[in-house]
Structures are given as C-alpha cells and as structure tokens.
Design a protein around this ligand. Structure first.
Ligand code: PMP
Length: 443
C-alpha cells in the first residue's frame, strides 16, 4: 500500500501551460495569459492543501463539490472584518460607506466577470440553488400559466429540477427533459420535438457535475430564443473554470455559487437580463428592498436591490470579488486548458485500472470538463470513496444530486474525481495507484 503514498503536496509534478492571448475569450484574462502560469507557485497560495489527512499527504480531488480558497481571498475576508465591517446602504458613517463601497464594488466585478451589460443585472444570492429558486418564485408565477412547458435536461442537478417540480405542482405546468445519450451528451436530435412553442423556459446546466459534459450553451440559447422561450443557465460548474460571457452566450438568466470558484460559501449570484429583472416582482420582503412603506402600502426598489431583502452576506460578496480578481489574474482560458490537460491524463491512466468504467463523454476536446466519474465493479461508490479517504484522497461518491439519471442508468452512483488548477499530474498518479489497490482489495 505504500506505493500510493509517493506524491508530496507541493512536490508532485505540476503541469505548466503556456496560453496565448488568442485562446482567451475575455480581455481581463488576455492581458495575463501572455504569461506562462507557474502552477506550482499558484498551488502554494492555497494553505489548506499543505497538510496530511489520515497520516497521508492530502490529495484534494473534490473541487466540483467545493473549491479551496487562496490566501488572497482569505486575506480579503480578514481585512474586511478587521477594517471595514459595518452594515451596508443605510449607514451615514465612514465604516458603513466603506462596507457599501466594498459590497457594490464586488457586484461591479461580478458583472464584468460575466460580461453583463451593467451591475444592476447582478443579484447576490446564497448560491446556485437560491438563484434557481428566486427565478422559479418570481419570474415563474408572473409569466407561466397552467399547461405551459418548462424544458429541463436529464443531467440537471436536483437544484435545477426540484424548484421546477414544486412550481409545476403549484401552477399546473408540464415538465420535459432533454434525454442524455449513453455517452453522457445531450441528445440534441430530440431537441426539435421537445423545444416547441409551448416551452416558456429552458433551464439547463452548462457543465454536468456528475458527467463532466460541457453543453453547447450558445446553441441551446439560440434554439430557445427561436421559439420564444426564456433561458436559465446553471453555471455552477463553469464560471470558475472557463470564460463565460452572458451576452455572447445569449442567455436570459445565469446562476452560480461562489464556493466552487475560490470564494466563500453562502454567496453566489443570479445574472438576469435587465428587462426581465425589472418586470419581476420581489421574492423576500424586508429591509433594503423597499423605497417606502406605510401601514397600507409598500413600493419596491429597482433591481438588483429589490431581490436582496435584509442584511446581505457582505463579507461573502467581498470574498467573491477577491476570487474574481484572483481568477482573472490567472486567466480562465489558462484554467480550462489546465483542467483539460489533467482530465485527459486522468482518463488515460484510469483506462488501465482493472474493473473500472468511466461514465460520461469519451475523452477529447471541449465536451469534457475537468472532472471524471467512474464505477468499479465489486465496489459500491461509497465504499470506494471511503477506501480512498484512508490514503488521504478526497474523492466524492454517490448520486451527486443526479438521482433520476443514476436511476435511468441503473447505477448506485459513481465515484468522482474533480480537478482545479491547483491539482497536479502527480496527484492523478496517486489516485490511480490507490484505485489499483482498491481493485485488489474489493475483488
Ligand atoms: N448545479 C450544479 C451543476 C452543481 O454542481 C451544484 C453543486 N453541486 C449546484 C447546482 C448547487 O449548488 P449550491 O449547492 O452551491 O447551491
């Protein structure tokens, strides 16, 4: 079993990418992408990775569940609490002004990061789940009637299924699902018969958290527009990993979580096209979201504040702003290239593990993001993942909030390795060694 212990946290080989500006789809990253990224130095900026768990070097391959945080983000949180902390918007004192500037400054950063037309199109939320629920509970009842269709896909996370199921029950909507092929791709041949004029909303994921599939967002948005349907993109797995520009993609709504892109938990955002947000009623009622209140009548602020009742997660937003700065400095095109290099290498090496079957798109190109799901015959995903933990390997095992798809494929779940720019080929080697060991153990 010692052969699984080789790699040191900082010492494992680190792939290095040189990315030229032509690869970069946004200007912020293109300035930086002229440089070679020293990924080993970048990794050293993540203090949590430099530790042992279960007496072994930690190998963290669970970033699709939640990413680790660089020193720059941790420092931004500490700085905020040590120097600027106060409530936002209503204070007439210096600290409140600073907190408001920091909070609204973070909104500007997120807007720029997403390519939104203005910061007013960015609503802070707790994360992806809250973003979907916000749209389902505000845009939904205002725009949907009994018999209308909401189109989803079979690869949606529960957070982009259940809110629509709840709403369908409330309003008498019909739900349809774009099927997933055996290769883990959306079956686009079925789209014309599913995406009909009765479809009022098409909500789909950019990257599948269980399969690693990268969906053709711009193509899907254009197809939805052609039948007059509004689009909602679940970008939980994409915004921290590749360039995302809402105007180029042509989506109406886009939701994501900060914690999967180096920011703290409890903060995320909903992007909404201004005209749609302006026509939406509020969701939660309370302070911050009103213009005036009498005992009889209330008037509401314009978006985005209309949708941010109560004291928001100010420190979280500051952390998200710092994460945006950090990722833009690295360059998202460079991050995606690094992800692809690692996942390509992992799939090659996993193919040599006996009894192991990879789930999702076959290797190759832009259809596969930086994660790989697999099943090992003779080992339940939970047992395999627990076995790996004994070697310091953080994988994820289970249905990945994708129960309907797992059921369709008669899988108890999968084991998933998900990569970020701080992972190394040495860590992939270590995982493969542990999986060989697991095969010997379980067989
Ligand atoms: N959608 C996808 C594709 C996800 O991967 C996740 C998180 N696993 C979510 C939605 C939900 O995100 P959160 O729990 O941060 O709201």
């Amino acid at each position: 079993m010692n052969n699984a212990d080789g790699a040191k946290a900082g010492g494992a080989e680190s792939p290095t990418n040189t990315v030229d500006s032509a690869n970069s789809a946004n200007s912020a990253s293109s300035a930086n992408s002229l440089n070679t990224v020293d990924w080993a130095a970048v990794r050293a900026e993540f203090p949590i990775l430099d530790q042992e768990v279960q007496g072994r070097r930690l190998v963290y391959l669970d970033s699709a569940a939640s990413s680790q945080k660089p020193r720059a983000v941790i420092d931004a949180l500490v700085r905020y609490y040590e120097h600027d902390n106060a409530n936002v918007h209503r204070g007439l004192h210096e600290l409140s002004t600073r907190a408001t500037t920091a909070y609204e400054g973070a909104r500007e950063k997120v807007a720029r990061y997403l390519g939104a037309a203005s910061a007013e199109e960015v609503v802070f939320t707790r994360g992806t789940t809250e973003g979907v629920n916000l749209v389902a509970n505000t845009w939904g009842p205002a725009n949907l009637r009994a018999g209308d269709v909401v189109l989803l896909t079979e690869m949606e996370h529960h957070s982009n299924l259940v809110p629509w199921m709840l709403l369908a029950e409330r309003l008498g909507l019909r739900l349809r699902h774009v099927p997933v092929t055996d290769e883990g791709l959306l079956d686009l041949a079925k789209l014309p018969e599913l995406l009909t004029p009765e479809v009022k909303l098409f909500a789909f994921t950019h990257i599948s958290n269980s399969l690693g599939t990268v969906n053709p967002v711009a193509q899907l948005c254009a197809a939805a527009r052609a039948v007059g349907a509004v689009t909602l993109v679940d970008a939980a797995q994409s915004v921290g990993h590749l360039p995302v520009n809402v105007q180029e993609l042509g989506c109406d709504f886009l939701v994501f979580s900060g914690h999967k892109m180096c920011a703290p938990t409890g903060i995320g955002a909903l992007y909404g096209r201004r005209a749609l947000l302006e026509a939406m009623p509020p969701w939660h009622g309370g302070g911050e979201m009103i213009n005036s209140v009498t005992f009889e009548k209330v008037t509401f602020k314009a978006p985005p504040h209309r949708f941010e009742a109560g004291t928001p997660n100010i420190a979280g937003a500051v952390g998200l702003g710092a994460a945006v700065d950090y990722l833009e400095k690295l360059g998202r095109a460079a991050i995606f290239a690094h992800d692809q290099q690692l996942v390509g290498y992992a799939m090659e090496r996993l193919a040599g593990v006996p009894g192991l079957r990879i789930i999702g798109p076959p290797r190759g190109g832009a259809q596969r993001a930086g994660l790989v799901s697999f099943v090992m015959e003779a080992a339940h995903p939970h047992d395999l993942t627990t076995f790996a933990d004994r070697y310091g390997l953080a994988l994820r095992g289970g249905h990945h909030c994708n129960q309907p798809l797992m059921r369709k494929w008669r899988l108890p779940g999968t084991t998933r390795a998900s990569f970020y720019f701080y992972n190394t080929t040495g860590e992939v080697d270590r995982m493969v060694e542990v999986l060989h060991e697991a095969h010997r153990f379980f067989r």
